[in-house]
Design a protein around this ligand. Structure first.
Ligand code: S3P
Length: 433
């Protein structure tokens, strides 16, 4: 799929599931591979990013059987059973694969190299390399602090206490995974609470992790025991439909079995503050993660100042939150979101540029955006090869005054391969070429 053309919708209806959670899918492969015994996974996200992690572990000798749509059987090799890969570990567009794997690879006896695509090669890796070297790891990047990353095996790791300079679940998870191989305690202090799937899943695998407020710690030297994992729908994929149904009159949709872990529901809190009509139904806990059906109906959104404490809890949803703000009455101000500048694209700049092309009064700031809601015009925008930018503009086209053409949409497949299919089924006017 190269381009998407999104035009006026008369209303969105239906009940359906979005694909499995990307963060949980990555971690299921990683911990299932490092566990002793079998791990069964259902609801796994069969998309490029998570499949990149799967392939990396296969290259390190792990037998992972694909049993059918979203179903895997991982024959774990134990924490010390990975084998040296015969080639570089290429993880495509996936920052999560690269950063979490660097922590695991730092604890191995063998050398390895991590590489990625054009976008990933530009993203900052010192944020993991600096603390890993404090732990004793020998990992090299380019002079610019980017990949390829060369990991020299056999360096003994020791636990550290690390105060993270940025709110990042990837950095926290990298260090906790390296901590499995370290002598003593690895303690990570977060400046803001970020997604806690690694901690939850480690506990599910029988590994003790301590969390006290914003401090997470782990002791090295234990073992993981295989288990069953039911991956819930990805709230970051559901987010496109939450905004789509909110801004499109005559809409009423229910997204079934979505993960609503409290470290991920910033999008719901932000939309509720904007006046959205969203209800959580059938809430339950599945495999240590909270899930619910999310029902959303059309409404008139209003602009807000997004509280900074919600930013890390909605970090991947800002492209579509900016679209919600463009359709809201009044002004929306986002601050404290400078991390958006180092995602798959600079999501502050790419969204501000695209929205301005569509006639929206959107001003990028160093750490966020100021958007005055109003009429959205049609036009042609770039995705900058960023899946979430592409899908956010597909949502913007539902109520714009003319159609919106979005270029370079191939990377939608990294997180949401059936986006166009689900979107058109529920009432998007969306053509893909
Ligand atoms: C992720 C953490 C977030 C998020 C990414 C997935 C994870 O990145 O943007 O899509 O699975 O841990 P940061 O930790 O860099 O904020």
């Amino acid at each position: 799929m190269n381009t998407m053309l999104s035009s006026l919708s008369q209303g969105l209806k239906g009940q359906f599931r979005v694909p499995g959670d990307k963060s949980i899918s990555h971690r299921a492969i990683m911990l299932g591979s490092l566990a002793e015994g079998v791990t069964q996974v259902s609801g796994f996200l069969e998309a490029e990013d998570a499949l990149a992690t799967l392939k990396a572990f296969q290259l390190m000798g792990v037998d992972i059987e694909r049993l059918g749509e979203g179903r895997l059987r991982i024959n774990g090799v134990g924490l010390h059973g990975l084998k040296a890969p015969q080639e570089d570990l290429y993880v495509g567009n996936s920052g999560t694969s690269m950063r979490l794997l660097s922590g695991i690879l730092a604890g191995q006896k063998f050398d390895s190299t991590l590489t990625g695509d054009h976008s990933l090669t530009k993203r900052p890796m010192r944020r993991v390399l600096d603390p890993l070297s404090l732990m004793g790891a020998a990992v090299e990047s380019t002079d610019a602090g980017t990949s390829p990353l060369k990991v020299h095996g056999g360096a003994p790791l020791r636990g550290i206490q690390y105060k993270m300079p940025m709110g990042s679940a990837q950095v926290k998870s990298c260090l906790l995974l390296a901590g499995l191989y370290a002598e003593g305690t690895t303690e990570v202090i977060e400046p803001a609470i970020t997604r806690d799937h690694t901690e939850r899943m480690l506990k599910g695998f029988g590994y003790s992790v301590k969390t006290e407020g914003n401090v997470v710690s782990i002791e090295g030297g234990g073992t993981l025991k295989g288990m069953s994992i039911d991956v819930p729908g990805d709230i970051s994929s559901a987010a496109f439909f939450l905004v789509a149904a909110s801004i499109t009159p005559n809409s009423d949709i229910t997204l079934q079995h979505v993960g609503v872990n409290a470290t991920r529901t910033g999008i719901i809190d932000i939309l509720l503050k904007m006046g959205a009509d969203i209800q959580l139904l059938n809430e339950k806990v599945v495999g240590g993660e909270k899930v619910a059906d999310i029902r959303v109906k059309s409404c008139q959104l209003k602009g807000i100042e997004v509280p900074e404490n919600l930013v890390a809890l909605a970090i991947d949803e800002f492209p579509v939150i900016f679209v919600a703000a463009a359709y809201a009455e009044g002004q929306t101000i986002v601050t404290g979101a400078e991390e958006l500048r180092v995602k798959e694209s600079d999501r502050i700049q790419t969204m501000a540029d695209g929205l301005q092309t569509l006639g929206v009064d959107a001003q990028a700031t160093a750490d966020g955006m100021i958007i005055n809601g109003g009429a959205v015009q049609g036009g042609e925008v770039e995705s900058f090869d960023d899946h979430r930018i592409a899908m956010a503009f597909a949502v913007a086209g539902l109520q714009s005054r003319g159609a919106i053409k979005i270029n370079n949409c191939e990377n939608v497949a990294t997180s949401f391969p059936n986006f166009v299919e689900l979107a058109t089924q529920c009432g998007f006017e969306l053509a893909a070429k």
